[in-house]
Structure formats: C-alpha cells, structure tokens
Design a protein around this ligand. Structure first.
Ligand SMILES: Cc1cn([C@H]2C[C@H](O)[C@@H](COP(=O)(O)OP(=O)(O)O[C@H]3O[C@H](C)C(=O)[C@H](O)[C@H]3O)O2)c(=O)[nH]c1=O
Length: 181
C-alpha cells in the first residue's frame, strides 16, 4: 500500500501492490496494520457498504453530521466511476474545495476520505460496484447533503445532466451555502 497526497489535506489516494501472473491478479484490498501505518492514525472501520449502480447514476453528495461523521475508504470493484469529495471542514484552508478522481476496476485505486467531507460519485461505465468502509455507523437522522449541481462547486460530472439518474432525495439536497454541516 502506498499513500498519495491530494490537494485536500488528509484526503489520500491509496495504491496497492498488484500481483499479476498468468492466472490473473491478486492484491490485498485492506490490511489494518499497513493502512494505519501509512495514514499515521488508528482508523477503526466498523461498516462495509456496497452499492451497484447503472451508468449515469449519481449518488451524493452526502455526509453525516456531528458525532456521526464518517471517514471512508472507497473503491470500485467493477466498472468506472468519477468520485467527488468536498471539504466541509470550516477550519480547513481548502473549505469548499472539491476533488474529482476516477476510480475503476483497472487502476484499483482507493480514496481515503476523512470525516468532514461530503462524498458522491457518478457511474461512467455500463454499471459499477462501489465498495467502501466507514469508521462510523449509518445514522439516518444525521444525514446531510449538498445538491450535485451546486452553483459554487460547479462540479464537472463528465456526463450530460439529462443522462444522470438521481434519487428523489438527492434532487432536493441544499446548496453548499445553506447546508447545515
Ligand atoms: C448509506 C446507507 C444506507 N442505508 C439504507 C438507507 C436507504 O433505505 C437505502 C439506500 O440509501 P441511500 O439512498 O442513502 O444510498 P446512497 O445514495 O448510496 O448513499 C450513499 O451515497 C454516498 C455515495 C455515500 O458516500 C454515503 O455512504 C451514502 O450516503 O440504504 C443503510 O441501511 N445503511 C447505510 O449505511
């Protein structure tokens, strides 16, 4: 596992060693000791999630508030997605900035998203399986979000808006400037 810094402090790309041979490929998706060593902290993941989505599905931008805030380690085990995170940490020099990165089954890149970030992704391939760990349990009452086409963030989701498939819940999320963090 190697850690690559991003433009957003504490948000890292993780690349794993791939063991390719005539049979195919093996890699350690997660190793607690190695992960904590490269992150420089004891991150205790308590929940594994997985979602399957068709092309154009956009899930997010979501976060959990207060004590229910979640750090996540996200990856794509099938297909291709554009993953987007937004720094919502008021004290951060990159508050309100976002990072977009393609995660896919080929590059097997993972993204560590610390607490205090909103997260979402859009599926670029025919379908995608999105798998991730979180260090805090799901808590519906503490869910927050930012609308995908927030005018200040101006995120390029890489697909035309009329091709996006978005849940009713996500279509009515607030803008960044009015969202309660
Ligand atoms: C997240 C979650 C959801 N659920 C239930 C609640 C709903 O009945 C159903 C679908 O939930 P939702 O539409 O919120 O799923 P996503 O839109 O994929 O939400 C996720 O999307 C973005 C990308 C994220 O980073 C978050 O982890 C998460 O908010 O699963 C659970 O039971 N446990 C959970 O941890």
């Amino acid at each position: 596992m190697i850690l690559l810094e991003t433009k957003l402090k504490d948000c890292y790309v993780i690349e794993s060693k791939l063991f390719n041979d005539e049979r195919g490929c093996f890699y350690e998706v997660f190793n607690q000791i190695k992960f904590n060593k490269i992150i420089g902290a004891d991150v205790n993941f308590v929940q594994d999630n997985e979602s399957f989505s068709f092309k154009g599905v956009l899930r997010g931008l979501h976060f959990q508030k207060g004590n229910h805030a979640q750090a996540k380690l996200v990856r794509v085990s099938q297909g291709r997605v554009l993953d987007v995170v937004v720094d919502l940490r008021k004290s951060s020099r990159t508050f309100g900035e976002h990072l977009s990165i393609e995660l896919n089954e080929e590059n097997k890149k993972q993204l560590f998203i610390p607490k205090g970030f909103a997260h979402g992704f859009v599926v670029l391939s025919k379908s995608a399986v999105f798998s991730y760990k979180s260090d805090n349990y799901y808590n519906k009452e503490s869910e927050g979000g930012i609308i995908f086409n927030d005018s200040e963030l101006n995120i390029n989701w890489q697909l035309p808006e009329d091709e996006l498939i978005i849940s009713k819940k996500d279509m009515v999320l607030p803008e960044l400037k009015t969202c309660k963090i």
